[in-house]
Each structure stands twice: as C-alpha cells, then as structure tokens.
Ligand binder design. Structure first.
Ligand code: EPZ
Length: 436
C-alpha cells in the first residue's frame, strides 16, 4: 500500500524555469543531528530546520523517548533529553528508517536500546547488519526478538576497530553516535564520506566529542565522559539543490540557487555539464543555464563523492528526453528503478537490464497520471511533468513532502505551473522554445 495515494500534484508542462531560489538545510543532516541530542542532558539548539515530514517524525520519536522540544523561533528547534527511555517503537521505525539513528546514542547513553527492525521499502531490502555488527564490536550484546532488535551493554561501550563491508551512510553515523561516549578509541574503517557525516562530526565535536577523519574512509573517535550543549546550523541540502538544477536543465531554463556548498554538488554539476548545460559557481551560489536538448550521458551511482543515488531518478527523468542513449546504473540500492515504469507511461523509451536503465531519449514526454513510489521517484516524476507536453498528475505527494520542504512552492517561484491537489491556480506558462 503506497500511503498518500489520495494526494497529488497537478503539473502543466512547458514552463521554462527561471529566477533564483534558496536551498533548505539538508534532511539527511538534520535527522542524525536531532538524534545526537540523546547523548546529553544539555540542550541541542538547531537552526534553519526545514519543515519536512521526516523531521516531524523524528521529533515525534524523540518526544516518545522523553525529549523536551521547543521552537524558540520559526525554523529553530531546541531539544533537551534529561531523562530518556530506550525503546524506538516499530510504528515509527516502520514509518521512517532513519529512526534507527536513535540506536547509537541510546546505547551510548543508557547502555541499552530496543528498536523495531525496519522492513524493506520501495528502494530495496535495507538491512542493518552493518549497524548491529558495529554495536557488537563496541561491546553490546545484540539480539533479535519478535521483530525488534535489542542491544545491551550494561558495562558501557568500549572502543573498537570496525571495518564496514559497505560504506553505509547512516551506519557510519550510528556508530559515530555510539562511540563518542565509549571508553577508549574507535576506528571506523571503510566509513562513508557523505557531507552529512562531516556535519554530524562537527556538531558532536562542538558538544565536546573527539571525532576526526569524518569525510574520509577512516573515522577516529576518542571517547569522552560526557557531552554538552550546542547551537548548530545544518549544511544545505545537496539533494534538493541537485533536484532543482536537474529541473532547470529539463525545462531548458536558467536558475540561480543560493545557500549551497559548491563542492557538495561536484558530481551532479559535472554530469549536467556533460549534457551541455552551462554551470558556474561562486560563493554559496550555483547558476545553471540550459539552452538546448541535453546530450545523453551515462550515470553510475556510487557512495559520495560519486554520483548520489538520491539524484538518480531525477537524472533518469532528464535523460528521458536527451539526444542519444544513456546507461543509468544504480549500484547503491537493489531496487531503485521504480520510477522507470511511471516514466514509460509518459512516453519514455527505457529498457531495464539488471541494475541498469538504458534510456533512449525521445523529443518530448507527454503528461499522464503517475504514481510516486518513494521520495526521489516522486521528485523525478515532477521534473518529467515540468518538461512534458500537457498535464501530469503525480499521485503520492506525501512521499515528496517527506524530504522536500516545499518543492512545489520553489518550482512555482521559478515559473512552473504546479499545484497541489484538485483545482489549480494556473500562472501564465512560459513555453519552451521549439519541441525538441
Ligand atoms: C542514507 O540511507 C540516506 N538516508 C539515503 O537517503 C541515501 O540514499 C543513502 O544514505 C545513500 O547516501 C539518510 O541519510 C537518512 P546506506 P542509508 O546504509 O544510510 C546496504 C533519501 O531519499 N546496507 O548507505 O540507509 C543498503 O541495503 C534517502 O533521502 C547493508 O547492506 O544508506 C544499501 O544497499 C533514501 N547493510 C547500501 O548499503 C547495512 O547495515 C547503502 O545503504 C546498511 C546498509
């Protein structure tokens, strides 16, 4: 059952995006930063917190665990975990896999944690074996019982040398969160290098932790007895920024994004340049101009700094109308090509062979009712609708709202004709030059 199937976005394609838009803080930075509040009795003060469904879910989970939450000003959040419980209910873990990020801090703080084991989701199996193996290396006794995972370390956690078979993004974060209060030194080898991990390490160090090497394959954590208060502003959302850049390329527009970190976007900028878009960056801003039909380019997703899997569906939507044949290979998740069937409904010519989508560009897609299967697939279908001829209904708007603070509003501010739900306020659509 795809939740939120009753909610939809209506898009009338053909507007060329133009203008300037600011990028929000990163969902995948804010979620682990909120979990870090569990490590201390002192206050974690976060600024520029985006209004996302997943942030609401994490706030609810922290509240369930005993945290006090305050909003001193719009977009600001203060979290104080004086007394915390050690159980993450399955209902919330099922709703959002990132709920697992409370396991490391609770194990570090309380010496025990019980969490509903997450099921799979729309993009693949999503096991957590690497998280659990790391907790065991740190001295926890891990057991699975009735769909719950329990980890107990009554004598506290001790430093360890942990090798991750795969550079898991939240696996690295969960183990950092567990190790900061452990006795002794922990090395996390073959660690993930995503910018959100670097942001988390910076915040933990501002709380008094001793984390070094974040953003490299070896993260070192020297345990400390306690952590204190922190006032922190998360990094910008590189996936939201990449989504908007790809939308601009898909509509042959010209857009400036503000409040970005240029080097976080290197993979998507490089690929968009290969398609023929002009992109340049200066202090905190990135500009993209696309004047003609994109050239087909091959894309292969990899852990950072490779091309991000979270932009693969969006890139596939762009390549659906490119000149030539593109091979899009998804190496991170085992089932993240669900958007292909929906793009086909819009006239895309895509053949899937294993983990690779062979995309033969067509001059233009045609609007159709389509179903978002997850957050990024939903964004991809919106992008396809923006450039398509006619009207597209993207069902499952709730998926998109999990990770984009207000994508329709951002796109509307750039001239897109996009409206939530029934009825619409159609702005004058600035049409694309020529069909091709
Ligand atoms: C994080 O998910 C992100 N989520 C994902 O963003 C993102 O796509 C992914 O990292 C890659 O960057 C958050 O940060 C909250 P992984 P995560 O562990 O940590 C396998 C979005 O749309 N694996 O790096 O779950 C796993 O099955 C979301 O914002 C194991 O086998 O990703 C997958 O194939 C989607 N065992 C691969 O590793 C484990 O214990 C990458 O997973 C853990 C992971």
């Amino acid at each position: 059952m795809t939740e939120g199937t009753g909610d939809r976005l209506l898009i009338r394609g053909g507007s060329r995006l133009s203008g300037s838009v600011a990028v929000h803080s990163a969902k995948n930075a804010v979620l682990p930063l909120l979990a870090a509040a569990l490590l201390t009795r002192e206050t974690l003060h976060l600024r520029a917190v985006p209004a996302l469904a997943d942030v609401t879910t994490m706030r609810a989970l922290l509240g369930e665990l005993g945290a006090e939450l305050r909003e001193p000003a719009p977009g600001e959040l203060q979290v104080r975990c004086v007394d915390v419980a050690g159980e993450a209910p399955y209902a919330l873990v099922r709703q959002m896999r990132a709920s697992l990020l409370v396991m490391g801090p609770l194990l570090a703080r309380l010496g025990r944690v019980r969490a509903g084991l997450p099921g799979g989701c729309a993009i693949g199996g999503r096991p957590i074996d690497l998280h659990l193996k790391g907790f065991a290396a740190l001295g926890a006794e891990v057991s699975l019982r009735a769909g719950y995972v329990e980890a107990r370390a009554p004598a506290g956690l001790h430093g360890a040398r942990i090798y991750l078979d795969y550079p898991s993004h939240t696996g690295t974060e969960n183990l950092m969160l567990a190790a900061v209060l452990a006795h002794g030194q922990t090395l996390i080898e073959n660690a993930a290098e995503e910018p959100e991990i670097v942001d988390l390490a910076g915040c933990l160090n501002a709380m008094g932790a001793r984390v070094s090497g974040a953003g490299t394959p070896v993260v070192r954590v020297d345990g400390v007895p306690a952590l204190g208060a922190v006032d922190w502003t998360p990094i910008p959302d590189r996936i939201e920024a990449g989504t908007l850049l790809i939308a601009t390329a898909a509509t042959r527009g010209e857009v400036e994004l503000t409040g970005v970190v240029a080097h976080h976007l290197q993979a998507v900028v490089a690929k968009l340049r290969e398609t023929g878009a002009e992109v340049w960056q200066e202090q905190g801003r990135v500009f993209l101009v696309a004047r003609r039909r994109p050239a087909a380019v091959d894309v292969k997703t990899l852990p950072y700094p490779g091309f991000p899997t979270d932009l693969q569906p969006q890139m596939t939507a762009l390549l659906a109308t490119a000149e030539g044949i593109a091979a899009v290979t998804e190496t991170v998740f085992d089932n993240r090509l669900g958007h292909v069937d929906e793009l086909r409904r819009m006239g895309a010519n895509i053949r899937v062979e294993g983990r690779t989508a062979l995309v033969t560009g067509v001059p233009r897609l045609s609007g159709a009712p389509v179903q978002a299967s997850d957050l990024r697939a939903g964004a991809a279908l919106v992008l396809a609708g923006l450039a398509a001829a006619g009207e597209t209904e993207v069902h499952g708007r709730g998926h998109i709202e999990r990770g984009y603070a207000d994508l329709p509003a951002q796109l509307r501010s750039l001239g897109a004709d996009i409206e939530a739900g029934p009825g619409r306020v159609a702005e004058p659509a600035r049409t694309l030059g020529g069909g091709a």
